[in-house]
Design a protein around this ligand. Structure first.
Ligand code: PGA
Length: 244
């Protein structure tokens, strides 16, 4: 596990974008596992800026996103497909047919999840998986208690996740109750994992996840066992841990 301390959100975003950029420069046909949430937005902005300057080319990149709400199709403005288009893909030269997000519009959960695992395998696995972390230690939609051995599967959202996400919908009733998510097993199979965290609100969970026991009660804690895991956090998110 490697921990990189950044000054603030901007610095965190730039450092993480540098790692992603290095991956794409080293392997132009890299498979990037990407994530939604507020934390990665600054990374995407930085990568768009470098793309506009001609420093990075996404024409051969494949992207495989972590998760999607079950029941929302691509055009829904709260779908994660839509989020990725609006925050990243529409500004860069990634090919439309190289973009993958679980198919939230497929009501057949088993089929949607199996198809997604097939996509990951057909792409040759994920070279670099980007992750945020939830306040309860979730990664993707893998909530506390999630089995470590699961690949892409359908999950029931917890009350706290529904509560946290209702701000994006017209009302709490409109928040989907389920999601398709890559499992811990799919995430652990990525060749590199890059997590970003910022702000005081993440300080406790960062300490618990990476300086406490590995347990399904803190899903992110399994990353301690990943052979190539890097955490880039700002000073606030890393304020409760000792770095030498
Ligand atoms: P955030 O979400 O980036 O909006 O804090 C992280 C997550 O829930 O994975």
């Amino acid at each position: 596990m490697k921990i990189i301390k950044a000054k603030d959100y901007k610095d965190m975003s730039r450092k993480a974008a540098n790692i992603i950029s290095a991956q794409v420069i080293m392997k132009p046909h890299a498979v990037l596992g990407l994530a939604t949430g507020s934390t990665p937005v600054g990374i995407y902005k930085q990568l768009i800026d470098w793309y506009n300057k001609g420093d990075i080319d996404f024409s051969e990149v494949t992207s495989i996103n972590l998760d999607e709400y079950r029941g929302l199709d691509h055009n829904h403005n709260q779908s994660y497909w839509y989020f990725m288009q609006e925050n990243f893909f529409k500004y860069i030269n990634i090919r439309e047919d190289s973009i993958n997000v679980p198919d939230g519009s497929n009501p057949d959960a088993k089929q949607a999840c199996e198809e997604y695992e097939n996509i990951i395998h057909a792409a040759g696995g994920i070279d670099l998986q980007l992750l945020g972390i939830g306040n309860d230690g979730h990664i993707g939609f893998n909530e506390p208690g999630a089995a470590f051995e699961l690949a892409t599967h359908c999950v029931d959202l917890t009350e706290s996740t529904i509560e946290a996400n209702k701000r994006f919908f017209g009302s709490k009733d409109e928040v989907p109750r389920q999601a398709y998510t890559m499992g811990i097993k799919s995430i652990m199979q990525a060749r590199k994992v890059l997590m970003v965290a910022n702000g005081k609100g993440k300080a406790d969970i960062i300490k618990k996840a990476f300086f406490g026991p590995v347990t399904p009660e803190v899903p992110a804690s399994i990353l301690q066992m990943h052979p190539d895991f890097t955490l880039v956090g700002d000073e606030e998110a890393l304020s409760k841990i000792e770095l030498d």
